[in-house]
Design a binder for this molecule. Structure first.
Ligand code: CA
Length: 361
């Protein structure tokens, strides 16, 4: 008994000692009194549901967890820089942070697209598995290091919708000549199928569809698509979003700004992104359900599944396009090899877990 008592006491005092040490280390950096005022630019309209509010969440968590030692102010698209200038603004150090999606930066690095969405690629659960435990994040950091940037997963939309069309898609031929807003690798696939992909920031899609500058668009899913009112300018709403099966949103941090932070604040920035990554997926899961109900029942949207023959053909084209794009440079090859290996393993496991369960439910 005495020995146990002694051990317990010894254990307890070492815990106290350890937390004491932790406290003084924290005090050391807090005592320096240094406060950081960061700016975050985003590719989204300010406060845009899900995406813009996801960026706000990263900023809020950093500010709150650090007790105000880092204050992050969020700027919507065009408030400081245009939506597609976010990468350069953070890379150059003009601002400390950004929030966007990696496929917008395919002109900087083709391989970047793998860290947002790959047609017929990983879903949200699998993306997180690959990034955090499958070597994905390490590769992503390697690519962005060349641009003086540190990336972090900071949100996920889950499986997106296939898009809004003004004609039925009965065969792959119906994609021919179609001018559609669709970013990243999905756009490359549409091009191969004879269509014309257009990259437009969120804020410009509705008017482009309304004026006929584009024939079709994809955006995110019911929650966001309802907010943009696409049901007023397009007849058919197709699923599933084969081109974006679980899109990861990113936080970009200027490397120099990050490294100038004390260690505890660096950890807070990382944890805030990880929190926002999970939080956005939870929000989309909850809100998409309700928004789909409104679209179908209140706005009488014509909800349609892509015919399975169309999906089979698009998948074949996707596999070719993704492999070709990835094999354009050494980094693309490296990322694709890692991605593909993870996808094959994830599919084998998810076929007998998630998929088997969905079917059984
Ligand atoms: Ca999308």
């Amino acid at each position: 008994m005495k020995r146990r008592e002694f051990l317990t006491k010894a254990g307890a005092s070492s815990v106290i000692a350890a937390s004491g040490l932790g406290l003084s280390a924290n005090n050391a950096s807090a005592a320096s009194g240094k406060k950081y005022k960061w700016k975050m630019v985003t590719t989204w309209p300010k406060n845009f549901p899900g995406l813009g509010t996801g960026a706000n969440m990263v900023a809020k968590m950093i500010t709150e967890m650090s007790g105000g030692r880092i204050e992050v102010k969020v700027y919507g698209a065009k408030q400081l820089v245009g939506p597609f200038e976010v990468f350069n603004a953070v890379s150059s150090g003009d601002v400390q942070m950004g929030h966007g999606a990696a496929y917008y930066w395919k002109n900087k690095s083709t391989a970047a697209q793998f860290f947002s969405a790959v047609p017929f690629g990983l879903n949200a659960q699998e993306m997180n598995g690959w990034l955090y435990y499958g070597g994905g994040l390490k590769l992503w950091k390697e690519i962005y290091a060349d641009f003086n940037l540190i990336p972090a997963a900071a949100g996920n939309t889950g499986v997106q919708m296939g898009g809004w069309f003004n004609k039925e898609i009965k065969s792959i031929k119906d994609l021919k000549g179609l001018k559609m807003r669709i970013p990243g690798l999905g756009g490359e696939v549409l091009k191969r199928a004879g269509g014309t992909p257009v990259s437009l920031p969120g804020g410009e899609i509705y008017t482009s569809l309304q004026s006929g500058a584009i024939d079709a668009t994809e955006w995110v899913g019911p929650y966001n698509d309802l907010a943009f009112g696409f049901y007023k300018v397009a007849k058919y709403y197709y699923y599933p979003g084969w081109h974006e099966p679980g899109t990861t949103l990113e936080a970009l941090v200027n490397k120099k700004a990050f490294e100038s932070l004390p260690k505890d604040l660096q950890k807070i920035v990382e944890c805030a992104c990880a929190y926002a990554n999970q939080d956005m997926l939870a929000e989309y899961t909850a809100r998409n359900n309700a928004a789909l109900h409104t679209l179908v029942n209140k706005h009488k949207v014509n909800l349609k599944s892509y015919p399975s023959d169309v999906l089979t053909k698009i998948k074949k084209i996707s596999d070719e396009v993704v492999s070709e794009v990835a094999n354009k440079d050494a980094m693309g090859k490296k990322v694709y090899a890692s991605f593909k290996k993870f996808r094959d393993q994830a599919q084998a496991w998810h076929n007998i877990s998630e998929l088997a369960y969905y079917k059984a439910r």
